[in-house]
Design a protein around this ligand. Structure first.
Ligand code: DCP
Length: 605
């Protein structure tokens, strides 16, 4: 459900930092001879040279694109260096990239509240740091500004205009703070470069939405500022579907039902009109989005919100028997369990919800629109238990998906993507004397919830921004990179991770195992079915929810139905669970910072 939050103050200074061709940089650090070379990282499946998942800027100049496979990339750029993602358990192992992302986060967190939004994206709230800098170092009195800043472009690439803008005496407080933000971010980016050898790009604005939009505008190793006066010009031409949280059904509804294709089109609608169509909350939120207003806070979170492990099985590699599914679930659950264990040991955090996502098809498909339902249950620690629960969740999902009696070994269905995720991760409650005791209590609670057949069905906001982007089940996200041939489409939701989400960025192409901020929060949950069940039958009274297709009407109907259905049991679950749900604030790692140099590239438009 969208949350229309007014901006608490338009003088906040928010940065969105996005690593440049991240996986390539990680590989280039590992193999320095690749530096400066056109390089791409390819997925685990080597069919036709493997699907490209990260492309260096040198290779991009030669026309290499992420949508290509290795063989095609070699045609357009014969000297390209292709590096395969590391492999473990027969699938991509992304831990090297994840750890590299953590290195960057620990540096960026030195200057302000820091939110890890994806494996290679971070939001920073630099308001306090910018206020302090403004008091201590009035920019107009700076005699020289680093050449890097002056190399910036200002719509017309004029260095002098950039200098003037940064040092304007008549600038209002907001713009002066933004200018300070530019210096601070430039310095942070330099620190990242010095300490990790990675370059990154950034957007600096008064809120998260604008900062994120700006960070990709001038890449690599640059930054873009969004002064208040530029917001309208920046937003108006943007396609509505490119806006954060509008890539999904709400965006489609705007296009189909209101004829809104760009943000400029949305500006034509009054707040009342939008509220009439979408309800007060979503209507207000949309009205704000069109004007670049967003009160969303930077959360103090240096650790991922969820852990996930997944794999796709395209074309002939689709899994067609329960035994094959179980084999892969074992691998995925073991990986998930290891990561949970490591999170527990390093960060003293525990996850509470296990979710299974799958992509499926039926060979005699009469209702191909039907998706394999995601299923969740309370998470029990230990690889074996996770696997057992995941298999049960899968069976429950398959039963619902097929909608009729079917023997588990029968043909007629195929699984093309499978992932398990752990979410609702919170610190172990303070005062817990023994972790073992803590888990014993938890497991007791979990088994009783299984017996009680409790159903935890979160509010489903099919058309809401938070839903459309907070569930980037790896293979169900909106942006798709064609892989062609037998390979399933590579899916990747650029907007989802700060959400899953980006989540949900959430994908390593054929093999998917990325941290996802909001990976799972809305998957339909179910009680864990009877264990070791081998014959799949559709229960007489299966709780089923029909999802209406797009449209304002169905949106309203859906919201009403799900609101009533889910909330109370979720609350009950959370209340009964004695774990602390207090907001995590891991920004304890704030370290002393060096004095600012005069910075590097600042770009305004
Ligand atoms: N990624 C992936 N599969 C995709 C897209 C991306 O596994 N389909 C991985 C590889 C990328 C990383 O996520 O290096 C970050 O993705 P970005 O979209 O931020 O892209 P890059 O960092 O590679 O490039 P850019 O400089 O354009 O941000």
């Amino acid at each position: 459900m969208p949350v229309a939050r007014p901006e608490s103050s338009d003088s906040r200074i928010i940065a969105h930092v996005d690593m440049d061709c991240f996986y390539v940089q990680v590989e280039q650090r590992k193999q320095p001879h690749l530096r400066g070379q056109p390089t791409a990282v390819v997925q685990y499946n080597s069919w036709k040279g493997g699907g490209l998942i990260a492309v260096s800027y040198e290779a991009r100049k030669d026309g290499v694109k992420r949508s290509m496979r290795g063989d095609e990339a070699k045609k357009v750029c014969p000297q390209i260096q292709l590096v395969q993602v590391p492999v473990a358990r027969g699938k991509a192992d992304l831990s090297i990239y994840r750890n590299a992302g953590s290195e960057v986060v620990s540096i960026l967190a030195r200057k302000g509240r820091c939110e890890r939004a994806s494996i290679d994206e971070v939001y920073l709230d630099l308001t306090d740091a910018a206020e302090t800098m403004l008091k201590e170092t009035p920019l107009e009195s700076l005699e020289s500004i680093n050449e890097e800043v002056l190399k910036s472009h200002n719509g017309n690439d004029d260095k002098e205009l950039v200098r003037e803008w940064l040092q304007r005496r008549d600038a209002d407080h907001r713009d002066k703070l933004l200018a300070c933000g530019a210096f601070i971010v430039a310095e942070l980016r330099l620190q990242v470069l010095r300490e990790t050898e990675f370059t990154c790009s950034a957007g600096i604005a008064h809120n998260k939405m604008l900062a994120k939009l700006a960070s990709g505008m001038n890449k690599p190793a640059q930054q873009t500022i969004v002064p208040f006066a530029s917001v309208k010009g920046l937003l108006e031409p943007l396609p509505i579907k490119k806006m954060k949280q509008l890539g999904g059904k709400l965006g489609s509804s705007l296009q189909i039902d209101l004829g809104v294709n760009t943000v400029g089109d949305l500006l034509q609608f009054s707040q009342e009109k939008l509220q009439d169509f979408y309800g007060v909350n979503t209507g207000t939120w949309l009205w704000n989005v069109a004007r670049g207003i967003s009160g969303e806070e930077v959360e103090g979170r240096l650790l991922p919100k969820s852990h996930g492990s997944g794999k796709t099985f395209p074309g002939p590699r689709a899994l067609k028997t329960l035994a094959a599914v179980e084999k892969w679930l074992k691998e995925l659950c073991e990986e998930l369990s290891e990561r949970l264990q490591s999170d527990l040991e390093k960060n003293k955090r525990v996850a509470h919800t296990l979710t299974l996502h799958a992509n499926a098809y039926k060979s005699t498909d009469t209702d191909s629109y039907k998706k394999f339902p995601s299923k969740s249950c309370p998470l029990r620690y230990g690889g074996g238990k996770i696997q057992e629960d995941a298999v049960n969740l899968f069976q429950a999902g398959l039963r619902e998906y097929l909608g009729a009696y079917i023997g588990s070994q029968c043909g007629g269905w195929g699984i093309t993507g499978l992932s398990v995720s752990a979410s609702k991760i919170v610190p172990i409650p303070s005062g817990t004397c023994s972790i073992t005791r803590y888990f014993q209590c938890r497991d007791q609670f979990h088994s009783s919830s299984e017996l009680s057949d409790e159903k935890f069905i979160p509010e489903d906001d099919l058309l809401s921004p938070s839903r459309s982007e907070s569930h980037p089940a790896p293979h169900q996200t909106e942006q798709q990179t064609e892989c062609g041939g037998e390979e399933a489409p590579v899916t990747y939701d650029i907007t989802s991770f700060d959400q899953y989400e980006n989540a949900c960025k959430d994908e390593a192409s054929s093999d998917i195992t990325r941290e996802v901020s909001h990976l799972l929060s809305g998957a339909e949950s179910c009680s864990t079915p009877k264990q070791n069940e081998r014959q799949l039958r559709l229960p007489g009274k299966e709780s089923k929810m029909k999802y209406p297709s797009d449209g304002i009407r169905s949106y309203g109907q859906k919201r009403k139905a799900t609101k009533e259905k889910g909330t109370s049991s979720i609350l009950r679950f959370l209340q009964s669970n004695s774990c602390s749900t207090s907001k995590q604030d891991n920004v304890s790692a704030l370290q002393e910072t060096k004095p600012l140099s005069s910075g590097i590239s600042s770009f305004i438009f």
